[in-house]
Design a protein around this ligand. Sequence first.
Ligand code: B3K
Ligand code: ZN
Length: 883
Amino acid sequence: MREASPKTIYLKDYQPPEYLVDAVDLFFELDPHSTRVTSRLKLRHDPAVEDRRSVLTLDGERLEVESVKLNGRMLREGEYCASETGLVIHAVPDRPFELEIVNRLSPEANTALEGLYLSNGMFCTQCEPHGFRRITYYIDRPDVMSLFTTTVVADKSRYPVLLSNGNPVARGELRNGRHWVKWEDPFKKPCYLFALVAGQLACREDRFVTASGREIALRIYVEPHDLDKCDHAMQSLKHAMRWDEEHFGREYDLDLYMIVAVSHFNMGAMENKGLNIFNTKFVLARPDTATDADYEHIEGVIGHEYFHNWTGNRITCRDWFQLSLKEGLTVFRDQEFSASRSSPAVKRIEDVNLLRTRQFAEDAGPLAHPVRPESYIEINNFYTLTVYEKGGEVVRMIQTLVGPEGFRKGMDLYFDRHDGQAVTCDDFVRCMEDANAIDLSQFRLWYSQAGTPELRLDPVYDAGTRTLRLSVRQSCPPTPGQPVKQPLHIPLALGLLARDGRELPLRLAGEAEAGPTTRVLHVRAAEQVFEFLDVPERPVVSALRGFSAPVGLKMERSAEELAFLFIHDTDAFNRWDAGQSLMVQVMLGLIERIRAGENPQSLDPNLIGTFRTLLAQPAADLSYQALLLGLPSEDYVASLMSVADPDAIHRARQTVRKTLATALAEDFLRLYREHHAAETGGLEPAERNRRRLKNACLGFIAELETPESYDLCVRQFREARTMTDQIAALGAIVNSAHPDKADCLESFYARWREEALVIDKWFGLQASCHLPGTLEKVKALTAHPDFDLRNPNRVRSLIGAFSQANPVNFHAADGSGYEFLGDQIVALDAINPQVAARMLGALTQWRRYDQGRQQAMRRQLQRIAGLDGVSKDVYEVVVKSLA
Ligand code: B3K
Ligand code: ZN
């Protein structure tokens, strides 16, 4: 057990900083073993803070202080005090003063990948949220914004490229083969946006001319062998820059925009001012090494980090409780950008699918927290789906409430009013209110109240009066620390369909005439009734169109109604969702039978008929058609059961897949052949959509496990022109009894062994295989020479895929999956606490399972909680999960 319980930080305790930093001048002498940092700070008391003390406390961790000078005078020991958490200077002047601190740190010993560290021999940094204090002593909080200049000195042959934020202003050579570059960032920023990179990097260069005619140099730095994989990232960046000008009137502000791709990175990417640092996974792509999904993710993440320049950097967060101010808003912006680049319906479905399976689970689990959390032990644990994705939904709801034009007005006001400031979520909402003369006070509860609200709809049609009474009830389950919930302001978009599929005009009681066929109802009370007039027949209700609010929708719907919406709904999201609900109904029915000891092998003919209609309907958007064919995931079905039964869910889902594949074999084959024959390997949206549908069909065909299906898979695997096709085929092979499985895995490895990101896929496919015996293979793979606990991508591809994308094996009733994960977390926590805490995610959901599994999962959590020297990150997750 840890010696002392780590401290909890509360939002209610926020105090403005006592000191401001007007300028920071940093001087780095880089050395892998011992880097020396000289920091010169211009400091003064914040005039707004009345209670003045003469003590200055700076944050600092794992640093060794060499000297401290105050206004040029060397301080004696006793005049300052360095501890494990920072540096206290006992007496500083009342007027502005200068501090010069020299300290050392060891980048090569830094396996946590926070602060300054080495990735494949190159220096790089990660400072958000608290990495800067591992570089030098500073007031490490986002509401302290300052002007930075940075000089980097390093050996020229090993580190020819030296980068930091802003613009290079001077450079030179030194004795002993060393050189230096000085960078100046003209924009004030918090230290979490500081970045430094040094290494042997190749550069792909381009330019962008802004709407006002300024030319911006764009540079993507990668390891030299990756230079041929930067085109897509560069194009994505240019598209994102144009999009932000066109949609939000935002231009880039510096003359240079740099992106560096590093192989060792805890998350996706980081928006450091003018010098984004990216996980290679979200930069590098070539058609033969990256899948279509990778291409889309790269575009999305490049957009996300670019959009942060205005929503995050120019306007930043006052404190880390406000994280969603920048993350929720920037997620919303990147979602809108990606939607504009391909199909808005497909993008919306993918986003909601993620939210509903993963964020809803977070909201229903022991770590549930509001979009704006009220307390934390380790803020790194709060870069969550709730802060990001639900935060994005909250911004989207505001747009739905004020309309797109009102939203733009609110954004313009936000940029005008708060540029250069560190602000709160409340400041953002106030801009939306002021620009639109709307009261969002009840709506603000979305920021402070955790948990997924449930919306119960009960439509009653009266043929005599031709009215539809829709009663709406909302409730929200208790979450840790919030036993009682208040009603929220929920935008409920809805339409009514006639039996022939027509949209019915909507006239609400009190209105003179009918309005548009999709209406946004404002649900505010716990119970509310909406009355629709002149409804000519009993309609089918299409509710929560476009998923207008992040709620769980409850409404009695027959299989016929769902099948009808699945074919006819004009709202693309709801059409897909009706299919999902229909399939869930079928699967829950099968699960019940399986649990009663039956061995169901057949399906309701209605579902087969509906699928047949769908396969026969020529679709304009093939990606959308592929999504319509997708079965709900095992995790999603589990979330809808009171006690999740991973074995029964898996069997039920497999039964649906196999039965559909058998009944509709001809149809799947016909579609597969048609689209496979047209395959060009191209990357245009139409080609990607075609591949997506084709590979969805291949997945069903592979379920047949016949010599013909094996042949089809192996041929696609061997002849593939794109990684998308190759991985789709290999995935099907791995999850079957294909006779060439071992050969295929081996040849794939041999061909791609030099491409780390492709080898990640190779690990991931094997770890997510649903067949028995997978755990033994995964264990063996941890001993593979290419497996490395120090590389987060590798950890995610093997341990993450097994524990988060393989429910049937991870939740083996004997607890072996849990024990394996426990072992890995124990080893990982000593290396990288942040990633270790992420990997714990799968164990935190123990309450959702039966007694036996609960016990086995808790046993692992308790074991981890009892570890000597357990990190704050892991401690917080285990303790909250067990509470
Ligand atoms: N802001 C970073 C995330 C930092 C996470 C620190 N644990 C990336 C992003 O959201 O754009
Ligand atoms: Zn972000």
